[in-house]
Design a protein. Structure first.
Length: 849
């Protein structure tokens, strides 16, 4: 067997000798060099299979040395293992660009780790030579099919497409750019056409640098990513001649593929070389004080940024090197737009900062940052939003506009303080989004017709109600877009302006400048408007003004936070508006919810189960009960989620004498809802939601959680949903585990199930409350500090609903005050993390006694 030679490059003699000793005992031959210059001399005369390289050396540092190796065709094929004390994203990004195959952290440097890394890169590099072999086919026969797919999914005519049919597959992105598509749109179309996952952003930590030579990755724009199922090759052009065949030759099997735009790969594998005698890491120091200086300097640099930013698809090399935090923030915003996220959450955790997107109503983990990086990132957004960068304890609001890939967006910022640090939520608003027809939003033809009729009247009030994020403003903008604004005067008072409306006089609240909601309302009356859009009714003043304007010849529109049309009337009463005034001045109330749409490409119809029948029984007669219901499955088109987009379910209460009479006389919400449904034939949220379930558009599980359970509570219908306890449930104790840490949930579940308990998991307090309304448990084990709803608030909410399931708190917080508060609220025990198996199970057992 040929003995492999390893070159060790480190300016510390003791380190060189230690590494050499470990490798020689494993029967490797070693060469040693104290500098880059000495290493180059050895490489010119010796056959080296692996290089071990220190990051920080005098003269030329490790990254610059690697960049020099990449310019030589032979030397670029030698895998490099970097020895470093840094493992942040920026270090990894620059190392990937320089061609580093793998890392060894100095804090984890030991014989086992070192030999495992060396063995791994040697095994991978033995396969690299296969990339040089000629391959038999080009696999571009489907390229014309993709061009046809673009034509079918765009407004281009056959004549417009004619010049592109015979374009070269290697010029794919140039061809689509001529068609008017940007690189991100092309990548999404490729992903959809080929049924491959799309990667709008590539996490540097997922890149396996030792699978492909860096030079090959750069020239072909392809990266190897580590996933649970194995290695996936993410590339920008699957029609590049021979590329997939070369990857198949490398792996010996059909490779798993993914699609990303060229800019995402270029951001990691930057084509431009670092200039001579200039290094992106020339000033790196591992000392804590140095890192603090860097963070302070970054925060100082933020002061130069304005509140309006331009985000291209790819930041420049100079920007990445000079402002790494700007690259991170721009990448997050670009990814949010590509993913279709409505909100970005930047949440501090004990040892990291988590970036999550809200996509189609659900939270999705996207990036993990170091604590310092997360703090500077939030500071950048605070400066852009006009907030006080030094104030981290009080909640602040701000806003900014951004052009992302040439598309204007408004960002609304909201900060708050948590025990782990300051958190930030960013709402993304497309300023010039084209308004949809009301039926496109999900309304029935009758609801749409009724709403257009009332909006054409000259006076009265229209109020749209629903929870946060339910699309209230979108509905009103769609309705307004169908009004004749040219012949009528429309004035809006918003905080902030969310969408641009042609011909409208849009005013924005600015508390700092003294432009208050009240001042704008008083001013609006003097502007002779025909239609006034008030934004949100938030207090007695805005509620009274809304109805006063409606009663004085103006058509008034507004939004209100409430569950449905009947609870909205009772909320207006609490704001000082009597039911008589509401009935006399309101044209209609519209309640809505946004629910996830089932992917029509993969959803499956299955026979209805007994549990599903039990859920529907309070709302349907036996003759109306469906025999089968739709269920999510998952496919490449929906990224294997089973859902694609969202649509609304609506409840429209149009005021007429019969409705007005019921509103004035009903004594309670349940009584009012029953009368409106049975006597006035009001089509309730639950009716619309169930109709869409039967049509195969929504899942019953989603509808039950978000609509039906609340309808049961509000209308007083008989509840058939409480599951009957079985003999099995009586013998095995059932535990609900509530914790936002997935790893801890997995560990605790294993311990509890091994001990004979039935365990169900949820990730926060909101999910727990929803779960407890339909299921019974013998014990709740809950974390305290969680996003959404913390443990203390959850326990208080459970008690208010008369749910008396015993609860044990599990927390890593060692505060005695919190422990006392937990017991005061009624917790039966308070267990601190990390848990020890025997103690944990003993105290769980004791909680049942």
């Amino acid at each position: 067997m040929t003995i492999k030679s390893i070159l060790i490059i480190d300016d510390d003699e003791d380190t060189r000798k230690l590494l050499s000793h470990i490798l020689k005992r494993a029967e490797y031959h070693t060469e040693m060099a104290e500098s880059a210059a000495a290493a180059m001399k050895i490489l010119q005369i010796k056959d080296i299979q692996v290089i071990l390289l220190d990051l920080l050396m005098p003269g030329i540092n490790g990254l610059d040395f690697c960049m020099n190796l990449q310019s030589d065709r032979v030397l670029s094929r030698i895998p490099v293992i970097m020895i470093t004390s840094r493992s942040d994203d920026e270090t990894r990004r620059n190392a990937i660009n320089a061609g580093v195959a793998d890392f060894v952290s100095k804090s984890e440097l030991n014989r086992k780790t070192l030999l495992a890394k060396v063995g791994k890169v040697l095994d991978r590099s033995d396969h690299w030579s296969r990339l040089d072999r000629p391959v038999p086919s080009a696999r571009v026969q489907d390229y014309k099919g993709f061009i046809d797919y673009i034509r079918n999914n765009s407004s281009l005519s056959s004549e417009d497409m004619a010049p592109y049919i015979f374009s070269h597959p290697g010029d794919l992105y140039k061809t689509t750019a001529d068609m008017g598509l940007d690189t991100a749109e092309t990548a999404k179309l490729l992903s959809s056409y080929l049924h491959l996952p799309n990667y709008p952003y590539i996490d540097p930590e997922a890149v396996e640098g030792d699978v492909l030579p860096a030079a090959f990755s750069k020239s072909h724009r392809v990266l190897a990513l580590k996933e649970k199922q194995g290695i996936r090759f993410v590339l920008s052009n699957p029609y590049e001649p021979q590329l997939i065949d070369m990857l198949e030759s490398l792996t010996g099997e059909t490779p798993a593929l993914g699609i990303t735009c060229p800019d995402c790969i270029d951001a990691l594998l930057r084509k431009d070389e670092i200039p001579e005698n200039q290094s992106a890491f020339a000033n790196i120091d591992t000392e804590e004080e140095e890192e603090k200086d860097e963070v302070s300097q970054e925060e100082d640099d933020l002061a130069n940024f304005s509140g309006s930013i331009e985000i291209a698809e790819k930041p420049s090399e100079e920007d990445i090197r000079k402002y790494p935090i700007r690259y991170i923030s721009d990448s997050i915003l670009f990814s949010a737009v590509t993913e279709g996220a409505s909100d970005i959450h930047i949440e501090p955790k004990p040892n990291k900062v988590l970036v999550r997107f809200r996509v189609d109503g659900d939270m999705k983990d996207m990036f993990t940052l170091k604590k310092k990086t997360g703090a500077v990132l939030i500071s950048r957004f605070k400066v852009l939003g006009g907030m006080d960068i030094a104030e981290r304890r009080k909640p602040q609001d701000g806003q900014a506009e951004a052009s992302i890939s040439g598309k204007p967006f408004k960002m609304r910022f909201a900060t708050t303080s948590t025990p782990q640090g300051e958190s930030l939520v960013i709402r993304m608003l497309d300023l010039y989004a084209k308004p949809k027809d009301l039926t496109e939003l999900g309304m029935t033809e009758q609801q749409s017709k009724d709403l257009y009729e009332v909006s054409s009247q000259s006076s009265g009030a229209i109020i749209v109600v629903g929870p946060t994020g339910s699309g209230k403003s979108t509905t009103l903008y769609s309705m307004i877009s169908h009004l004749d604004i040219k012949s009528r005067s429309l004035m809006t008072i918003e905080d902030p302006v969310e969408y641009r409306i042609p011909y409208a006089n849009q005013q924005q609240v600015n508390e700092k400048a003294g432009v208050t909601f009240e001042a704008l309302l008083k001013s609006a009356v003097r502007q002779d408007p025909d239609i006034v859009y008030l934004g949100e009714v938030r207090d007695s003043f805005s509620a009274k003004t809304c109805l006063d304007l409606a009663s004085t010849g103006h058509l008034t529109m507004a939004t209100l936070h409430s569950s449905n049309t009947t609870t909205a009337l009772f909320r207006l009463t609490r704001l000082g508006i009597s039911r008589e005034d509401s009935a006399d001045n309101l044209l209609c109330l519209l309640a809505q919810r946004l629910l996830k749409s089932l992917c029509q490409n993969c959803r499956r119809m299955k026979p209805i189960t007994q549990e599903e029948r039990r859920i529907l029984l309070p709302f349907l007669n036996e003759e109306d009960m469906p025999t089968e219901l739709p269920h999510p499955e998952g496919c490449p088109k929906c990224n294997f989620t089973g859902y694609a987009g969202r649509q609304g379910v609506y409840e429209l209460m149009r005021f007429n004498p019969e409705v007005t009479g019921i509103i004035k006389s009903a004594e309670s919400v349940p009584a009012m809802r029953i009368e409106l449904h049975e006597k006035a034939n009001i089509f309730l949220l639950s009716d619309h939601a169930i109709m869409k379930v039967k049509q195969g558009l929504l899942s019953l599980d989603d509808v039950n959680r978000h609509v039906l359970l609340e309808e049961l509570r509000l209308s007083g219908r008989q509840d058939f949903q409480q599951p009957k306890k079985t003999e099995k449930n009586d013998t095995k104790k059932k535990i609900l585990l509530v914790d936002d840490d997935e790893d801890f949930r997995r560990l605790a579940t294993i311990l509890l199930e091994t001990a004979g308990y039935n365990v169900e998991q949820v990730s926060d307090g909101v999910e727990a409350i929803v779960n407890l309304q339909t299921n019974s448990y013998d014990l709740i084990l809950s974390d305290i500090e969680m996003p959404g709803l913390d443990g203390f608030t959850m326990l208080h909410a459970l008690q208010s609903k008369n749910l008396d399931t015993p609860l044990v708190f599990l927390t890593g917080n060692d505060s005695m005050d919190k422990e006392e508060k937990g017991y005061e609220l009624g917790a039966v025990d308070y267990i601190r993390k990390p848990i020890r198996r025997k103690m944990f199970l003993t105290r769980v057992k004791r909680a049942f006694e």
